[in-house]
Design a binder for this molecule. Structure first.
Ligand SMILES: [Zn+2]
Ligand SMILES: [Zn+2]
Length: 367
């Protein structure tokens, strides 16, 4: 893992620092416009994605590959506490995540773990602006003031930190499997006549089994800046197929969020996730019509991780005293957003429905 120390790729024409261009899907020189196609091999890494041993990283050797491979500035928002990293010369005046102007330099003893891979932006800012306008235009109860305002003025491209985990699980389970059977019983109805009915019973039988399963690229977000509900709605990010080896060119000129869910915390969350999924897989193996007392003993082996950056487009605005975000997946374009509801519009919509019903009723009476 020596990707942060790779040599820079200056513009072959003017020597300027290249930046990733989403629309062109290429490195581009912001000074003279020269396009330089990216090759994974340029980073001195093999083309295939590599994983790191989790146990080693957590217990014996904390990851010592840190930083961004280039000078950076870190600021922390005093309002939402998100930490933004700027590689190169870009500096923000406001927090990208909540719009607050109160941002201060973030001092830290250790740099963040260097991302090994990055999923570069594929959706351009033009595309996402159009999509957001369309989306917002179709929200009936959104206030007009926002519809007419250039809501996309605060559009920012942000790389979010993610941890991905792999693990093999072997699990032994025991449970009681329930098999339904029916008996015919007789009873007297309210008229005193004899009737019959089918009654369901359950025969409980002990059951056991084992499971082998491979968890591949289970994602745990390291972000605290974007609202979790929105993030879930714009996932997934194709981290199995489309990653590129990290290089500062990809993040230069963009904002990077520094993770605040660190490797240790993320690995715990991943363990809980896998435990739930393993129990569900075992539960599906229990025979019969129903089950109870499922007991799962799971061993996780060969746990590995990697740290990646994924792209999102983010609009953040304040309405009243509340912060709203609109989020778009920077790779797939999937969009999710929050917006304030205009109570005046809702009031008149409800009023219109009541009037309509009253008119119908009065028409019915007058006939
Ligand atoms: Zn140039
Ligand atoms: Zn903020």
């Amino acid at each position: 893992m020596n990707n942060a120390t790779v040599g820079k790729h200056p513009c072959p024409e003017c020597g300027g620092d290249l930046q990733w261009n989403a629309g062109k899907q290429s490195l581009a020189c912001p000074y003279c416009g020269t396009l330089v196609p990216w090759k994974n091999s340029e980073a001195g890494l093999p083309g295939e994605v590599q994983e790191n041993d989790l146990t080693v990283a957590l217990q014996k050797h904390p990851v010592d590959q840190r930083g961004w491979g280039e000078a950076q500035r870190e600021v922390q928002c005093q309002s939402c506490h998100a930490i933004s990293v700027f590689v190169g010369n870009k500096v923000a005046q406001r927090c990208d995540f909540c719009g607050s102007p109160s941002i201060i330099d973030h001092q830290t003893e250790r740099d963040a773990i260097t991302p090994q891979y990055v999923l570069p932006f594929k959706i351009s800012d033009g595309q996402v602006r159009d999509a957001i306008r369309k989306w917002y235009g179709s929200r009936w109860f959104a206030p007009n003031r926002l519809k007419h305002a250039a809501l996309t003025d605060t559009l920012h491209g942000v790389y979010l930190p993610y941890w991905t985990f792999d693990s093999h699980v072997s699990a032994d389970w025991t449970a009681e499997a329930g098999h339904y059977y029916y008996t015919t019983e007789t009873y007297r109805d309210s008229n005193g006549r004899t009737q019959t009915k089918q009654v369901r019973h359950t025969r409980w039988v002990p059951a056991s089994g084992s499971l082998q399963h491979f968890f591949d690229d289970e994602l745990i977000p390291g972000t605290t800046g974007v609202h979790p509900v929105l993030l879930r709605q714009v996932e997934p990010f194709p981290t199995l197929t489309d990653l590129k080896a990290y290089s500062p060119e990809f993040v230069r000129g963009w904002t990077v969020e520094r993770y605040q869910i660190d490797l240790h915390k993320a690995s715990e969350l991943n363990h809980q996730d896998m435990q739930q999924k393993t129990e569900a897989l075992c539960s599906a193996q229990v025979p019969g019509d129903t089950q109870r007392n499922l007991n799962v003993d799971a061993q996780y082996q060969g746990r590995t991780f990697k740290h990646v950056l994924v792209p999102v487009w983010l609009v953040s605005y304040t309405y009243g005293s509340k912060n709203f975000q609109i989020l778009a997946n920077g790779y797939t374009g999937t969009l999710a957003g929050e917006y304030p509801k205009s109570w005046i519009k809702i009031f008149f919509a409800v009023l219109a429905v009541i009037m309509f019903v009253l008119i119908l009723v009065s028409l019915g009476e007058s006939q």
